[in-house]
Design a protein around this ligand. Structure first.
Ligand code: CTP
Length: 403
């Protein structure tokens, strides 16, 4: 999955011949799962039509502050457009537009939007050789980068004028790859490895029966996705769960029993930076597993159980550089129990969910949590979808690590 999947990209097109390539650019972004809106300088419409771009982006294309031909004359709010975007790309960026951007000129919708935007801005210069090497252009490029804008360098080759040299806009596929790599390299968990346990465990009684619990794995899978989306390499150790995950940064390791989960967690623990143990691990397992199916009898059946290994506590004991997070699912004395668990298991943080809260805990799509850190500070979150809760947990861990 691309880092641009689900992202909102605002493409600003200016009046260079390379504008014709922006049709491909829009298609590539859409193919990666991004949403694209296009704004054009009025002159760029001589190079590619708004109709082409609105058809490909499936969004209206704007070039003026209001649409004169539209009888409703809706104001195209540059502030809203700027705030909508996760990333803004100006391609092609002509010498004229770059000079205006560098000097805060604001005489069209694209420039007003650029000045209003709060997101990362990329620009892909395109112009003739002599314009590209002119000191005033060089000055604009320098100034724009000093503002934090990211340049996607022009390449060398045959230019529209017939001259050969630097000034060609990077090819659409290269622009997309450039942005993907840049976004990836700046993700807060880039280079970090994260271990996550999720789901229930099944403890075999005989070849056809087991002791299990109602954990769906939703919370752990959502955490895995949230961490991967922020650049982490994730080892997701999952007990039997119907959850699916498709992410190139997530390695799913399927296990069945508490013992298998223990082994898998210990196998990866040394190499990870963060470990989040959200699995609902069985506390007891049948002492002896019958090799044949146990036959029905009139007398009561007794199954002797022995305790499983506490994975979280065992990782707490051998903790070195890892940031270790546990979960506590409590029904009473919630805060007290969670805090004592945090200390007892040598954790850096514990995520508490109380079964007294409606919509929290097992097999729901929502959760309500309190995160407690080593100083016993409590941070309470609203009832949210597990996807949003997972983002809160990961962001809180990042804040704590960077504090
Ligand atoms: N956990 C674990 N291995 C186990 C049991 C629990 O890794 N064998 C982890 C869970 O994944 C969770 C945390 O420990 O992160 C809390 O589990 P919980 O069962 O609530 O805590 P216990 O220590 O078992 O305490 P109690 O049952 O008394 O609440």
């Amino acid at each position: 999955m691309s880092v641009l999947s689900g992202k909102k990209i605002l493409l600003g097109i200016t009046a260079g011949i390379a504008a014709y390539k922006t049709a491909t650019l829009v298609r590539l972004f859409i193919k990666l799962g991004a949403e694209v809106k296009v704004i054009m300088t009025p002159a760029s419409k001589d190079f590619i039509t708004p109709l082409t771009l609105s058809t490909l982006s499936k969004n209206p294309v704007h070039s003026t502050f209001y649409d004169k031909e539209d009888e409703n004359e809706m104001w195209n709010n540059h502030v809203d457009l700027g705030l909508w975007a996760d990333y803004m790309l100006i391609a092609p960026a002509t010498a004229n537009t770059m000079s205006k951007m560098a000097n805060g000129t604001c005489d069209n919708l694209l420039l007003a939007t650029y000045l209003s935007s709060k997101c990362p801005v990329y620009f892909a210069p395109a112009m003739d050789l002599d314009m590209y090497i002119h000191p005033s252009t060089k000055e604009s490029l320098k100034k724009l980068q000093s503002f934090g804008n990211v340049m996607i360098p022009a390449t060398s080759g045959e230019l529209a004028s017939g001259l050969v040299g630097e000034g060609r806009m990077a090819e659409p596929q290269d622009i997309v790859s450039f942005i993907e790599n840049d976004v990836l390299s700046k993700l807060p968990l880039k280079g970090k490895k994260v271990l996550i346990t999720a789901g229930p465990t099944y403890e075999a009684i005989d070849p056809v029966r087991f002791i299990g619990n109602h954990s769906s794995g939703k919370m752990g899978f959502a955490i895995a996705k949230a961490a991967a989306n922020l650049g982490a390499e994730v080892f997701l150790i999952s007990g039997p769960s119907h959850q699916q995950i498709q992410h190139s940064f997530v390695k799913r390791i399927d296990v069945v029993s508490a013992e298998e989960m223990y082994e898998a967690a210990h196998q990866h623990y040394k190499e990870v930076d963060i470990a989040i143990l959200s699995a609902a691990v069985a506390d007891y397992t049948p002492k002896n597993v019958a090799t044949q199916k146990i036959k029905k009898k009139d007398a009561a059946l007794e199954i002797q159980l022995s305790p499983t290994k506490d994975i979280l506590a065992s990782l707490g004991k051998i903790k070195e550089h890892q940031y270790l997070v546990g979960f506590a699912l409590e029904t009473n004395n919630e805060l007290e129990n969670a805090k004592s668990k945090l200390k007892r298991k040598n954790l850096d943080a514990i995520v508490l969910n109380s079964l007294q809260d409606k919509g929290a805990g097992f097999a729901t799509d929502t959760n309500k949590i309190i995160i407690i850190d080593t100083n016993l500070n409590e941070k309470t979150f609203e009832l949210k979808s597990k996807i949003e809760v997972a983002k809160d947990i990961i962001n809180e861990i990042i804040n704590q690590i960077n504090a």
